[in-house]
Design a protein around this ligand. Structure first.
Ligand SMILES: Cc1cc2nc3c(=O)[nH]c(=O)nc-3n(C[C@H](O)[C@H](O)[C@H](O)COP(=O)(O)O)c2cc1C
Length: 326
C-alpha cells in the first residue's frame, strides 16, 4: 500500500506573494508621526485597516526597513491621512526616500500633536494602543482620538498602480452632510458663478474648505486664489431642507482673461449678475449685498438667526493678527 502523500512545505516566493497581496484593492494613506528630535516623519502606506469601534481602533503595518521605522516604533502618537484621487504626487513623495517630505506639505496639530495633513480626504489622529512585532513589519494599533472626513473621491491602489474609484458618493450626499462652502471670487469687477445643473446659477462651492489657495471646480480643474485673503462673508441655512452655507469671499490670483474655465463656470460683471436665474433666495441676497458693499470696498459678515440675522462690518484698515496654532 502506498503511503499517504505528506504535504511538503514549499518555500513561498516573496515576489509572487507580494504580487498576490497586491491584487487586493486598497486606498492609499500617508502615516505621520514625529521623530525623537520632534521632526515630522511620514510614509505612504496602504496596509491600513479599521479594527474596532469600541474602543475606536485602527491599524497600519510599518516596514522595519523604512527610514522612518524608528520614529513609528517609539512614537506615542501617529496620524493616518487617507488620500483623495488627486493626490498621487503626494503619495509618490511620501513613498520616496526624500529627506524632507514635509518641506512643501502643510500640516497641523489637531489632538495628539501628530502631523495631520491639511489636505487629505480623511484623517485619524491616534495614540498608540499597541505595537505588535510581525515579521519584517510591526503592526501599529492606534486608538482614534480625533478624526475628520470629506466627501472627495478616494485614491485607490491595486496591482502596484493607482486606481480611480468612480462616483463614490450618492448624488444627494452633500445635501445630507452639513454645510456647503460657497465662494465669492472676484476678478477685476467680475464674479465667478457656477451652473447649478438645473438651468440656473449659483456660487462655486466645495464640500471642504480650500487648501493651499486652490479652489477645485467640481472636479474639472482649479483656480488659484490670493493666499491668506479669504474671508468669511455669510453664514445661513436654507429653509427648504438644503444644508447650510458658509460663504467666503476671495480674490483670484491670476488674470481672469487668461483663465480657461471648465464648462459650467462663468465670470459675470458685478453690475450685470443674472439675479433672475439664481434660484436660491439666500444666494441672491448675499450677491446683492456683495455688489453693494464692493462699491466702497467695505464688507461685512452676516450670520443668519431666527429673527433675520446679524451683520457686522469688518474694518480692513486693521491688519490681521497672526495667532499661534492650537
Ligand atoms: C501605495 C503604497 C503603499 C505602501 N504601503 C506601505 C505599508 O503599508 N507599509 C510600509 O512599511 N511601506 C509601505 N509602502 C512603502 C513606503 O512608502 C516606502 O518604503 C517609503 O520609502 C518609506 O519611507 P521612509 O523610508 O522615508 O520611511 C507603500 C508604498 C506605496 C507606493
Amino acid at each position: 500500500m502506498l503511503a499517504p502523500a505528506i504535504p511538503q512545505s514549499v518555500p513561498v516566493d516573496p515576489i509572487a506573494l507580494r504580487r498576490a497581496f497586491g491584487t487586493f484593492l486598497t486606498g492609499v494613506t500617508i502615516i505621520t508621526t514625529h521623530d525623537a528630535e520632534g521632526r515630522p516623519r511620514g510614509m505612504t502606506a496602504n496596509s491600513f485597516s479599521s479594527v474596532s469601534l469600541d474602543p475606536p481602533l485602527l491599524l497600519v503595518c510599518v516596514g522595519k526597513g523604512a527610514s522612518s521605522f524608528e520614529a513609528f516604533n517609539r512614537a506615542d502618537s501617529f496620524a493616518v491621512n487617507l488620500l483623495d484621487a488627486g493626490q498621487t504626487e503626494l503619495s509618490n513623495l511620501f513613498a520616496s526616500k526624500s529627506a524632507d517630505k514635509f518641506a512643501t506639505v502643510s500640516h497641523d496639530r489637531i489632538h495628539t500633536g501628530a502631523p495631520v495633513l491639511s489636505a487629505c480626504m480623511t484623517w485619524f489622529d491616534c495614540t498608540v494602543h499597541n505595537r505588535i512585532d510581525a515579521g519584517d513589519h510591526i503592526i501599529l494599533l492606534g486608538e482614534v482620538q480625533a478624526f475628520g472626513t470629506s466627501p472627495s473621491a478616494p485614491l485607490g491602489f491595486c496591482r502596484g498602480r493607482y486606481a480611480a474609484v468612480k462616483d463614490p458618493l450618492p448624488p444627494d450626499w452633500l445635501a445630507s452632510s452639513g454645510m456647503i462652502n460657497g465662494y465669492l471670487i472676484e476678478a477685476e469687477g467680475n464674479l465667478l458663478l457656477s451652473a447649478d445643473g438645473r438651468g440656473g446659477w449659483t456660487l462655486p462651492s466645495t464640500p471642504r474648505r480650500i487648501v493651499d489657495g486652490k479652489l477645485e471646480l467640481a472636479g474639472a480643474g482649479s483656480v488659484a486664489l490670493v493666499p491668506d485673503d479669504t474671508f468669511l462673508y455669510s453664514v445661513f441655512d436654507v429653509s427648504d431642507g438644503d444644508p447650510g452655507y458658509l460663504i467666503y469671499r476671495a480674490r483670484l490670483a491670476q488674470d481672469a482673461g487668461g483663465l480657461a474655465l471648465p464648462e459650467g463656470f462663468r465670470f459675470y460683471p458685478l453690475e450685470d449678475l443674472p439675479f433672475d436665474d439664481i434660484p436660491v433666495r439666500e444666494i441672491r441676497t448675499v450677491l446683492k449685498r456683495y455688489v453693494r458693499e464692493s462699491a466702497n470696498r467695505r464688507f461685512g459678515i452676516f450670520v443668519a438667526s431666527s429673527d433675520g440675522g446679524r451683520l457686522a462690518m469688518v474694518d480692513e484698515a486693521q491688519p490681521w493678527a497672526q495667532v499661534p496654532q492650537l
